[in-house]
Design a protein around this ligand. Structure first.
Ligand SMILES: Cc1cc2nc3c(=O)[nH]c(=O)nc-3n(C[C@H](O)[C@H](O)[C@H](O)COP(=O)(O)OP(=O)(O)OC[C@H]3O[C@@H](n4cnc5c(N)ncnc54)[C@H](O)[C@@H]3O)c2cc1C
Length: 570
């Protein structure tokens, strides 16, 4: 709150109230007796108002909230350098943190913190927070930088390299008891968690298709793959988190302890705190995977079978699918390294330039259970309506299956095709809207080319925790449809970034026109009004959490949700 007394002729007195602290700026002048004195008085008045204008005040409860906009960011960085940190601050050669997998937005930070301990993160954030609301130094936690639209970047701010927090000794598997779990750092990669937990015969239940992502990065979104219909996304399989809030406080939270922060951070787009540790639920890990693909020429049959499979109690362990539109090269098929055991059978089927839908399923098993597993697979397949000669089977190790995208990554890197722009679009579409969507989008908008894989994950929301920050369509069954486009120069321009962005816009415009109740996954918006629409009735709660845990809006500026400090008074 800001008050200034209307000046008595003899003084200008200003009271600045900073939540529970107040102080006065009092400038004494003598009573203006002539024109000269009157002008002087006016100057002082203007000076005071200008000064006040520089002082951004809030009731957010921080200390020393004074005139921080007068402190240039490099001075804040100098003061951070005086902090007793175990890690270090890097002021140059930080180009990598101005990039991400999307390769569309590039905003360099001023500095990068490489923390060694959680206390490095907490001390740094607390220090910035205590400088007050006018500080313009924002802070982005960066996991593996596999965001698509600059979400892990901090334009002119501070990036915290979360991977420097990871390390073998921090990962602890608790294999005893009814609910085994692993404690990991927020900067650990899922691939490392897989290898470490497998040493104990255990593994997490829910995955992403690609494992070279950090725990903090995927838990800030959801973490969805073919297991999500059964176990929910990764955010459903977390027992406990340790979080550094936007005030620099280190808080342990779970469903039973600081539950509001726990649910807020899961799927919270990095807005309420930095995940420094996570306790992840585990299950006994299988050794092998039966991996199956079948084709459909009709979307309706394909989605009917997806729905059927996710509705069964005893079903596959993994269910996904994808659209095949004029498939031509590695950029269309890179998302998986499937190689059927019977290539002869595969080559008999001619796609002939038509659009097909591939249902992909997997059944986990141990070698001594192979017979029972095969019977169960046969029974499940007998209930499906795919095109009979298109049954492709493969058997791979569990690790090979889960790390399948990495094989393709290596191939793409070798051809210089991994670091191209990725204008991806991910949509969550309710079951009642999926047919209209498929008809228009696969049948018309993307009739000739898809610029990359289009994945379809069917999920059963009844198994998802509705208390997290993740926003989904309000229907029991919905689909994640992921358009994973790569932009590369081509003679026709059909694969150019501009072309794909236009195509994405056509898809979004159609959804709006047709009033489909679609939500973006890994959402990207540029205006706060769009975020409000995205969150719908949950926007108010989201803002309340921001006010409680990151009142200066320091965290995750690359999401472009909050630009300014949050005010507790309206
Ligand atoms: C090749 C590829 C395949 C993918 N496959 C899938 C998939 O199958 N399923 C799926 O759900 N997603 C998938 N994704 C999307 C991916 O889950 C998200 O982009 C995820 O955020 C990337 O993790 P990251 O570690 O690179 O995070 P970053 O890009 O580094 O960060 C993402 C966001 O999280 C914030 N953040 C990072 N670390 C923390 C932390 N410790 N605490 C709080 N906030 C933090 C950042 O500030 C940023 O806002 C894929 C992405 C790629 C590039």
């Amino acid at each position: 709150m800001l008050f200034y007394n209307s000046p008595s002729p003899s003084s200008v007195t200003t009271l600045i109230s900073l939540s529970n602290k107040s102080f006065f700026i009092k400038i004494m002048v003598s009573k203006p007796a002539n024109l000269y004195e009157h002008v002087s008085f006016l100057y002082i008045k203007i000076f005071t108002l200008v000064l006040l204008n520089f002082i951004h005040i809030s009731n957010s409860g921080c200390k020393n909230s004074i005139a921080t906009s007068l402190i240039p960011p490099y001075e804040i960085l100098s003061s951070i350098q005086t902090l007793a940190l175990d890690g270090y601050l890097s002021l140059k050669d930080n180009e990598d943190t101005a990039k991400d997998f999307g390769n569309i937005y590039h905003f360099p930070p001023l500095a990068v913190l490489h923390p060694k301990t959680v206390s490095d993160i907490s001390i740094t954030i607390k220090h910035i927070f205590e400088l007050g609301p006018a500080t313009e130094l924002k802070v982005a936690a960066r996991g593996h930088g596999h965001s698509l639209q600059g979400q892990s970047q901090a334009p002119g701010g501070l990036v915290i390299n979360m991977e420097s927090l990871q390390g073998g000794e921090t990962m602890k598997v608790h294999s005893g008891g009814e609910f085994p779990y692993v404690d990991v750092s927020g900067g650990d990669l899922w691939i490392n968690i897989l290898h470490d937990t497998l040493k104990h015969g255990l593994a997490p239940k829910s995955w992403t298709d690609y494992l070279h992502l950090t725990v903090g990065g995927t838990l800030s979104n959801a973490g969805i793959s073919g297991q999500a219909f059964k176990h929910g996304p990764q955010i459903n399989n977390i027992f406990q988190l340790e979080v550094v809030t936007g005030k620099g406080e280190v808080v342990t939270c779970s469903q039973h302890q600081n539950a509001d922060l726990f649910h807020g951070v899961l799927g919270g787009l990095g807005q309420f705190g930095i995940i420094t540790r996570a306790r992840i639920s585990l299950e006994p890990a299988p050794k092998m995977v039966k991996w199956i693909r079948v084709l459909y020429s009709e979307f309706s049959m394909f989605s009917k079978d997806q729905d059927y499979l996710i509705s069964l109690e005893n079903t596959f362990d993994y269910i996904e699918g994808f659209v095949i539109i004029n498939r031509s090269g590695i950029l269309d098929s890179w998302r998986s390294s499937f190689s059927p055991m019977d290539p002869l059978q595969a080559s008999q089927f001619n796609l002939d330039g038509k659009t097909f839908y591939c249902l992909e399923m997997a059944k986990y098993f141990n070698p001594d259970e192979a017979e029972v597993m095969n019977q169960s697979v046969d029974q499940l397949l007998s209930g499906l309506s795919f095109i009979p000669p298109t049954l492709f089977l493969s058997e791979v190790s569990y690790v090979e299956f889960l790390d399948r995208v990495h094989v393709s990554e290596k191939k793409l890197r070798a051809k210089g095709l991994w670091e191209v722009p990725h204008p991806w679009l991910n949509l969550l579409i309710p079951k009642s809207d999926i047919h209209g969507f498929a008809e228009e989008v696969f049948g018309k908008i993307l009739k000739d080319t898809s610029n990359g894989p289009i994945l379809i994950y069917p999920v059963n929301q009844t198994r998802w925790n509705s208390k997290t920050s993740l926003v989904t369509p309000e229907e029991d069954v919905f689909y994640l449809v992921a358009f994973l486009s790569s932009a590369v120069p081509s003679p026709t321009g059909a694969n150019s970034l501009e072309h794909i962005l236009t195509q994405n816009k056509r898809i979004l415009d159609f959804c709006k026109r047709a009033k489909l109740r679609v939500k973006q996954y890994l959402p990207h918006y540029t205006a706060q009004e769009e975020w409000q629409v995205h969150f719908g009735t949950r926007w108010e709660a989201f803002v309340e959490r921001k006010t409680a845990y990151d009142p200066l809006a320091l965290l995750a500026p690359g999401q472009r949700i909050f630009q300014k400090a949050m005010s507790t008074s309206s």
